[in-house]
Write a protein that binds this ligand. Structure first.
Ligand code: GCW
Length: 709
């Protein structure tokens, strides 16, 4: 790319590891080599020789990385047949011994595959797993493993709600466009070191794409001036196997910033040539600057964003129009399904399936089913509400068998403690991905493979293109995520989108070994803290399936009494507290949202006797004296849960203190300070909520050993 010479590095407060090169790497194999040199050099504490010219003698102990095209040694030691099963992004890692020589070959069909193999090999070393006699063959279960970067919303960007600590940018955005003030001169096309740090972190866990701007999209990202900057960013990320995409606004063609190439409202007809032509032209501009640009993420008719419904068209019309416009360029559309409208449905959870489901059922002119085009993904949050700490799975998964479905997870901790609380999310994602949807085929027979993971990886309903998207937690804090432990969520997101069958405790153990220490007691202790941290947060924030009790100002603290102008944003709408009890009846006696699930789940969730207790108030209005499986009445159980959650945080704080001798002083004290805030804020959740519920239950507090008594 001719523009590449213009790309140069600029150091910021975030410094590269010692020994890093100041030159931007230009190829993926160079990135792999740099990682090995840096990683091995760091682990062995000595310089590692690099040999790039082909020769016939492989030195003892060598590590050879490449593709069959790039390396004669890879050609010699792997066959095309060996490599075929690992596909585009997979890799082989094999140990060889020839006479007295022992060496390791890391091979991919593509350079990206070789890079992922390199990181996997380094991970083995870092986590003290054997590196001899290897015969590893790995490939991802999901093709598109992407981040969505909600850049301008500071509290989601891996920075904290209170605004203290860690911020160096103006608004929390990690990529600087048209920066002013303190950031002047550091805007793209200047490539800041932290972009490379983040690219390496993403590649190390197999993330291969990023939509760089917020879903409430600003059209400025489609202007020529921004496209030039995006091209520089794409060039910097490309060697790490990461391709970029943009969020767009449905009515962008009417924005005067694109004059003279603008459309009128009347021309925003998804069936007309003007609308499609406009998107095709804009996509070609992007492609001309960014040859591997992947496409658009679209939030339409959602939370005030414009969309096809404003013009009498539906999501199928809108998504297909833009998809058809970009299909010749090999691009895709990730159309979000986060829609709700309390004026239409009292229970907002039902809305998405009603707006999208029928489009999936329609027949195409050729007789096949499903109106959405093949280059459309419907991008759906794991649960039907909005990234609450525990939600039932979204009923659309499995119900949209003729449409590509992307699963959207929130890596950044909007509703899970932001960067103040230690909350390891992988167990939640594991619970989501391993949930049985009980999906059936057209004749009502249960599918053989029907876990959420099977739906998402395409094996349940034979989809070849598959995607998992994580709302990113990248920010300007010098540890990128604000809380040291939030890095574990980015790490786990990548690992689980590569292979959703992994065990979240194993992922935690890898992360702890790579991040803190390989000493067994440290690993065991920190993994234990992490593994219970999410369930504890559920307990002190929203136990037993009560949803969304957050104060609207920051989605961090509690406000169960809050009533906003909109019912469907108000905590009181979700808790429905009254003298009878608590919770939202979505069973057949209530909103009947349960009817959107496949029959087995519909029956299970719809009956208060069979619903899992951790989802109780998602589906039922539960009377204060309802008998729980523990033998306690609901009121007592509820208060116990709040208290248990807080006690867990106290336990984490004390446990962390006990690790002081084994950890580095700076990070130890930073986490210690966060845990103190965490404990106080968890207590605030418990006290605020329990005291409010008391006004309705009229009952005493059964917990007599805590601050509540
Ligand atoms: O979680 C909610 C957030 C909104 C967000 C929306 C979405 C960017 O509170 O800020 O919009 O979800 O997913 O579109």
């Amino acid at each position: 790319n001719a523009d590449r010479n213009k790309v140069y590095r600029h150091s910021t407060n975030l410094s590269m590891a010692p020994g890093s090169t100041e030159r931007l790497v230009e190829t993926t194999l160079a990135a792999a080599r740099d990682e090995l040199v840096r990683g091995l050099g760091g682990l062995l504490d000595q310089a590692v020789p690099v040999k790039t010219s082909p020769g016939d003698r492989i030195p003892d102990g060598a590590v050879i990385v490449g593709t069959r095209d790039s390396s004669s040694a890879v050609r010699q030691y792997t066959s095309a047949d060996d490599l075929a099963p690992v596909g585009d992004d997979g890799y082989l890692i094999r140990s060889f011994s020839r006479g007295t020589q022992r060496f390791t070959v890391i091979a991919g069909n593509t350079e990206a595959g070789a890079l992922y193999g390199t990181f996997a090999f380094l991970r083995r070393l870092q986590t003290h797993k054997p590196i001899t006699r290897l015969d590893i063959s790995e490939s991802p279960r999901v093709k598109n493993r992407h981040l969505n970067n909600w850049e301008t919303v500071r509290l989601y960007a891996g920075n904290n709600a209170s605004g203290t600590g860690g911020l160096s940018g103006e608004n929390g955005t990690i990529f600087n466009f048209a920066a002013t003030g303190a950031s002047a001169g550091r805007n793209l096309p200047v490539i800041l070191d932290r972009y490379i740090v983040v690219a390496r972190a993403m590649a190390s866990v197999g993330i291969n794409g990023i939509t760089i701007n917020l879903v409430n999209a600003d059209n400025v990202y489609l202007t020529a001036q921004y496209i030039a900057q995006e091209a520089a960013l794409a060039d910097a990320l490309r060697p790490y196997g990461i391709k970029i995409a943009l969020s767009i606004n449905y009515t962008a063609p009417t924005d005067p910033r694109f004059a003279p190439d603008t459309l009128t409202n009347e021309q925003l007809d998804p069936h007309g040539d003007e609308f499609r032509g406009w998107w095709n032209r804009r996509a070609r501009m992007l492609r001309d600057s960014i040859p591997d640009f992947t496409g658009f993420t679209v939030k339409a008719n959602s939370e005030g964003q414009p969309g096809p419904q404003d013009f009498g068209d539906d999501h199928g019309d809108g998504a297909n129009a833009i998809a058809a416009a970009v299909a010749p360029l090999g691009m895709k559309i990730y159309w979000r399904t986060f829609v709700y409208n309390a004026d239409v449905d009292e229970d907002r959870l039902k809305r998405a399936y009603l707006e999208f489901g029928y489009i999936d059922d329609e027949r195409r002119p050729d007789g096949t089913r499903g109106r959405f085009l093949d280059n459309v993904f419907l991008q759906t949050k794991n649960g039907p509400l909005d990234f609450q700490a525990r939600e039932p799975v979204h009923p659309m998964f499995g119900r949209m068998e003729n449409t590509n479905q992307a699963l959207e997870l929130q890596v950044t901790q909007e509703y899970t403690g932001q960067d103040e609380m230690l909350c390891y999310l992988a167990p939640m994602w594991e619970e989501v991905l391993k949930t049985d949807t009980y999906a059936t085929d057209e004749r009502g027979r249960l599918l053989g493979k029907r876990l959420m993971g099977h739906i998402v990886d395409g094996t349940a309903q034979r989809h070849s293109d598959t995607a998992i998207v994580g709302v990113a937690n990248l920010g300007n804090a010098d540890n990128v995520t604000g809380h040291h432990f939030s890095q574990a969520n980015l790490f786990a997101f990548g690992r689980q989108s590569w292979d959703w069958t992994l065990d979240s405790a194993d992922i935690a153990a890898d992360w702890v070994r790579m991040t803190w220490s390989n000493r067994e007691h440290v690993v065991g202790t920190i993994v234990k803290m992490m593994m219970g941290s999410w369930e504890a947060l559920v307990s002190y924030q929203t136990p037993l399936g009560i949803a969304h009790q957050f104060r609207s100002s920051d989605h961090y603290g509690p406000n169960p009494a809050e009533r906003l102008a909109r019912d469907d944003w108000s905590p009181v709408y979700y808790n429905k507290a009254d003298s009878v009890g608590l919770g939202y009846d979505r069973s057949p006696t209530g909103s009947d949202f349960t009817a959107q699930y496949f029959p087995t789940l519909e029956a299970r969730y719809g009956n208060i006797g069979t619903v899992p207790e951790n989802l109780l108030m998602w589906f039922h209005h539960v009377s204060w004296d309802h008998r729980m499986r523990s033998g306690r009445i609901f009121w007592d159980e509820l208060v116990y849960r709040y208290q248990m959650g807080v006690q867990y945080v106290t336990w984490m704080r004390l446990t962390w203190d006990s690790l002081q001798p084994s950890l580095d002083a700076r990070r130890f004290s930073e986490v210690k300070a966060k845990l103190a805030i965490h404990e106080a804020d968890a207590g605030d959740w418990r006290d605020t909520c329990v005291n409010y519920w008391k006004e309705f239950s009229g009952r005493d507090n059964p917990v007599d050993d805590g601050p509540l008594s």
